[in-house]
Design a protein around this ligand. Structure first.
Ligand code: HEC
Length: 233
């Protein structure tokens, strides 16, 4: 028999009205605890477990929101990655490595900003060793990058390294996400440890404070950063 019907049959609707009535009934029936009916147990369980189930549902909603933000941020980071890589390959193929430095200098920031899907999204790249000082990590980004470096020590693959969390900033709720970028063979001509003189000259010309050399294939070159302001549309 459905719970509602069985309880109505046993206690009438009065019983279902709430906790106070249940408490009263508990007092009455405390002397005959062992005789609790199936319905009494059920109602007691519902009252006791209700808050726990509610908390679970809230957790579930938060988890779902985090998962969907993470998917959105990850796909933004990955499409920026493939966009930059294919434009870089085209520039190298067309004019050679030294000219491609100029291409990156002129286009990397703009292409990165374009990737922001809405006005409330920000996208950038950062690293513990930057070429462009505009990409310098803030405190939060620095701690995530250091955590990625620790993960690499533990043998975790770079492709699996990402981190996202919601924090409050100036009264707004902000989701911040980072995804690690591996160093590949293609990167070494401009970020490796033996850079051709004409390429090095170009790099020095545009980035006199360059720190982004000396990387090897398999090192973490840096990370994509995606920020979504949840308080704005
Ligand atoms: C043709 C030279 C060149 C090649 C090849 C190259 N980069 Fe860069 N990279 C640059 C320049 C120039 C910048 C600075 C762009 C700017 O002004 O934002 C840069 C900046 C970056 C940054 C942003 C952080 C920083 O140091 O300022 C990351 C991350 C990065 N490169 C990753 C890579 C990866 C990964 C590869 C290989 C897939 C790669 N780069 C290949 C020239 C190059």
């Amino acid at each position: 028999m459905p719970v509602g019907q069985s309880c109505r049959a046993e206690f009438g609707w009065e019983y279902m009205r709430g906790f106070t009535v249940l408490k009263q009934s508990e007092v009455e029936s405390s002397k005959r605890l062992s005789n609790y009916s199936r319905c009494q147990w059920m109602v007691l369980f519902m009252v006791l477990l209700g808050p726990a189930v509610g908390a679970d549902q809230t957790d579930l909603a938060v988890d779902q929101q985090m998962t969907s933000l993470q998917l959105q941020a990850r796909s933004t980071a990955m499409s920026l990655g493939s966009e930059l890589k294919s434009k870089l390959q085209q520039a190298i193929a067309k004019d050679g490595l030294a000219h491609a430095v100029e291409f990156c200098h002129l286009n990397a920031q703009g292409l990165t900003r374009q990737q922001a899907i809405t006005l409330s999204t920000k996208v950038s790249r950062t690293s513990l060793k930057v070429r462009n000082p505009a990409n310098t990590a803030d405190v939060w980004q620095q701690s995530v990058l250091e955590d990625f470096a620790d993960q690499q020590q533990q043998g975790i693959p770079i492709s699996a390294m990402e981190f996202g969390e919601i924090s409050e900033q100036d009264g707004d709720s902000i989701y911040r996400f980072m995804k690690a970028i591996p160093t590949q063979g293609l990167c070494l001509g401009c970020h490796g440890d033996s850079i051709a003189p004409e390429v090095a000259t170009r790099i020095q010309q545009f980035y006199p404070d360059d720190q982004a050399t000396g990387f090897q294939v398999g090192d973490i070159r840096g990370a994509f950063y995606v920020e979504i302001n949840l308080s704005r549309d």
